[in-house]
Design a protein around this ligand. Structure first.
Ligand SMILES: *Cc1c(COP(=O)(O)O)cnc(C)c1O
Length: 361
């Protein structure tokens, strides 16, 4: 099978075709190097170039100010659930968490093991189908930081703007909408994202941290969990996930050179998601979106059918028609179409047509 199908998986997820083709072409021997990216030393000049270009392209895409460090780490976004409080939640202080879904719950669960934590807001009562309004968010002005999840991958709710945190540093799990829209990095103390949703393949985790927060890191942390040690060593205290960083670098170049930057990808993402939400809204209640309209995610479109049997049938027939990975997470049920940056517009158009056909049948 050499044909590609439409892959709606929530992550690892679709990568840009040009990136896959370039990686394939250069896998045997990196041009000018004579070795595969899988073989080169991370201390070599060749890899130095790869990681430096990846960082430079990421800085350019997000216009990351100079007083922020960019790290390429391992352990996934899940390890950041622990590393964030280990590093920047000093004992005697407490951290605020806004809970808008399972990933935020995961983050607060780990933070609780390490320090004092408050829930500043939660939308659990309505199974995370919306975002809290600003008067539902009860902030502690003394908090060490305010953590939120910009896009809840499982429920399909996405913040349109950052919560207002005042002087409290904002910390964001941006795993599933990283680089999907412009972001003013200067509003954040720390951003983290597992690569495998929108930035590249599994294996790398990107952390962007404001330098002044490094001063909070307590002594005695294990070196591999200490942002200061990792930053001082240019993400190479130990062997980094070389291949994953290389592919992330190609994705950043694709975003800059082929797409034309984050404003452009944001526009494309709005168009793509618009096609699916339109299909849901035009179905006279046959398809029901999980998220309230003003909280809808551009990345993960979650919806239900009139019955679980119909959902099963839909998924089976869609899969047979080359529309793969549509089964929703068990905590929401129904369907989820994950349509990150690299997911082609033709795929959402195909799914929208399939939805209309399925309904009429
Ligand atoms: C996927 C995901 C995670 C978990 O990422 P891992 O890299 O598997 O640890 C955390 N947060 C969000 C928002 C995610 O989408």
């Amino acid at each position: 099978m050499t044909e590609r199908i439409f892959n709606f998986s929530a992550g690892p997820a679709t990568l840009p075709e040009s990136v896959l083709l370039q990686a394939q072409r250069d896998l045997f021997s990196l041009p000018g190097v004579g070795m595969s990216i899988l073989e080169v030393s991370h201390r070599s000049a060749a890899f130095e170039t790869v990681i430096q270009e990846a960082e430079a392209d990421l800085r350019a895409l997000l216009a990351i100010p100079d007083n922020y460090k960019v790290l390429f780490l391992q352990g996934g976004a899940s390890l950041q659930f622990s590393m964030v409080p280990m590093n920047i939640l000093p004992s005697g202080q407490s951290a605020d968490y806004i809970l808008t879904g399972s990933w935020g719950q995961g983050a607060v669960k780990e933070a609780r093991k390490l320090g004092a934590v408050r829930e500043a807001a939660t939308t659990a009562a309505t199974n995370f189908n919306r975002l809290p309004s600003s008067n539902e968010i009860h902030l502690d002005p003394q908090a060490a930081y305010l953590h939120f999840t910009s896009n809840e991958t499982i429920f399909g709710v996405e913040f349109q703007n950052e919560p207002v945190a005042g002087e409290v540093p904002l910390v964001c799990d941006m795993s599933s909408n990283f680089l999907s829209r412009p972001v003013d990095v200067a509003k954040y103390g720390l951003i983290y994202a597992g690569a495998q949703k929108n930035a590249g393949p599994a294996g790398a985790t990107i952390v962007i941290i404001r330098e002044d927060l490094l001063a909070r890191i307590p002594g005695g942390l294990p070196s591999m969990l200490d942002y200061g040690v990792l930053a001082k060593n240019g993400s190479m205290y130990n062997t980094p996930p070389c291949f994953s960083i290389y592919i992330c670098g190609l994705v950043f170049k694709w975003l800059r050179n082929e797409i034309g930057g984050l404003e452009k990808i944001f526009q494309l993402n709005q168009e793509k998601a618009g096609v699916l939400y339109e299909a849901i809204d035009a179905s006279e209640g046959y398809y029901r979106g999980h998220a309230e309209k003003d909280c809808r995610s551009l990345m993960n479109v979650t919806f239900r059918l009139p019955s679980e049997d119909l959902e099963k049938q839909f998924i089976k027939e869609a899969t047979a028609a080359g529309l793969d990975g549509l089964k929703g997470h068990r905590s929401v049920g129904g369907l989820r179409a994950s349509i990150y940056n690299a997911f082609p517009k033709a795929g959402v158009e195909r799914l929208a047509r399939f939805m209309a056909e399925f309904k009429s049948r």
